[in-house]
Design a protein around this ligand. Structure first.
Ligand code: FES
Length: 351
């Protein structure tokens, strides 16, 4: 847990004021509390200030202290205690809070953090090059059963793999964060067992019918009515035959890791040093390792990919459409001509 301090003076705004709409909301909110208890509105007001500005500045704390007739230090104490309050500017499209507490750490939080470091910034609380993304490590966010997980805004993204984290970051970077399903990123409902129930399945005969209907319903891959689109890579334990209900997640992951380790080249790697394939948006450190294992090592090589090559790689990665969706070939063609060409084609620098 890091020490939480206000941002340096040079990034603090001169003043803060709630918008007209938020001011009216704050007045109603403060009025909900009994006479003499208005200070109880401090957390909702701080949160509203953060929703308005993206983070909580010193002038915002001063303004809220004044509105609630509280000493400044009391509001400061609240703002600096809870990690949901951001005390310095964060990414305009996403600020990713990576849970690093023991259950998440044991389930791969360090790999998730490495993806953030690679795709956003090596240091927490720093913006990426275009100011759209930032990240930090936080303590348990209460979704340990679906570890590892991250929170972005008020939503959580659980059962993460490094590959899935890369995809989520890419979606937010492209302004498509709202399209990413929240909650578990594998085929499970809330924290129900992945692949179906494996214990306590005996049902008295007279309830057997209704039970089997319920189990069938439980198979529906939805949460709060939202459709889930889960990649095969992100959901290793749900691949394969129907008896996967009996395959534990840890075993499935072990199998995947073994498969990764055994990945054999499907392309002839060109001579010469390997390029940084991570310059291609959509390729992170984990994926780059896999590509190298498949014999894909250079950007010029990707630039020459034909449909059949894309198909072959798609199959090997078990992620149909990924290469075309992120337009790897177009990116690689531009990158092969230099950064200026990439900027000309895509309107931004390669990561
Ligand atoms: S340890 Fe990560 S959510 Fe609890």
């Amino acid at each position: 847990m890091s020490v939480r301090r206000l941002a340096e003076e040079n990034v603090q705004p001169e003043k803060f004021a709630f918008s007209r709409e938020n001011k009216a909301w704050a007045k109603t909110r403060i009025g909900l509390y009994p006479e003499g208890r208005q200070q109880s509105a401090v957390i909702p007001l701080l949160m509203r200030a953060q929703e308005q500005e993206g983070w909580v500045s010193r002038p915002a704390i001063e303004e809220i202290a004044q509105m609630l007739d509280m000493p400044y230090i009391r509001v400061l104490e609240v703002a600096t205690f809870y990690t949901q309050f951001q005390l310095q500017p964060v990414g305009t499209r996403a600020h990713i809070q990576v849970c690093g507490t023991t259950p998440c750490m044991l389930r791969g939080a360090e790999d998730i953090r490495a993806v953030c470091q690679s795709k956003i910034h090596a240091e927490p609380h720093h913006l990426n090059s275009d100011g759209t993304l930032s990240w930090e490590e936080v303590e348990c966010l209460g979704a340990c059963v679906n570890a590892p997980m991250v929170a972005i805004g008020q939503e959580t993204y659980e059962d993460l793999t490094p590959e899935r984290m890369e995809e989520i970051i890419d979606a937010f970077a492209a302004g498509n964060g709202a399209a990413v399903p929240t909650g578990p990123q594998v085929e499970r409902e809330f924290s129900a067992p992945q692949g179906g129930f494996t214990s306590l399945t005996d049902v008295p005969k007279k309830h057997a019918k209704s039970r089997s209907t319920k189990v069938a319903n439980d198979d529906a891959p939805t949460q709060k009515g939202r459709k889930r689109e889960v990649s095969a890579e992100a959901a290793p334990a749900i691949d394969g035959p129907k008896n996967t209900a009996k395959v534990s997640r840890s075993r499935a992951e072990k199998e995947r890791k073994t498969a990764d380790a055994e990945a054999t080249a499907i392309f002839e790697a060109p001579e010469g040093a390997a390029d940084d394939l991570k310059l291609i948006s959509g390729v992170g450190p984990v994926l780059e390792k896999k590509l190298n294992a498949f014999g894909v090592t250079q950007i010029a090589q990707v630039a020459k990919f034909k449909k059949a090559d894309i198909q072959k790689l798609d199959d090997a990665l078990s992620f149909k459409g990924r290469i075309e969706r992120d337009d790897w070939v177009k990116q690689a063609k531009a990158l092969a001509k230099g950064e200026a060409e990439y900027v000309r084609v895509f309107g931004k620098k390669p990561r």
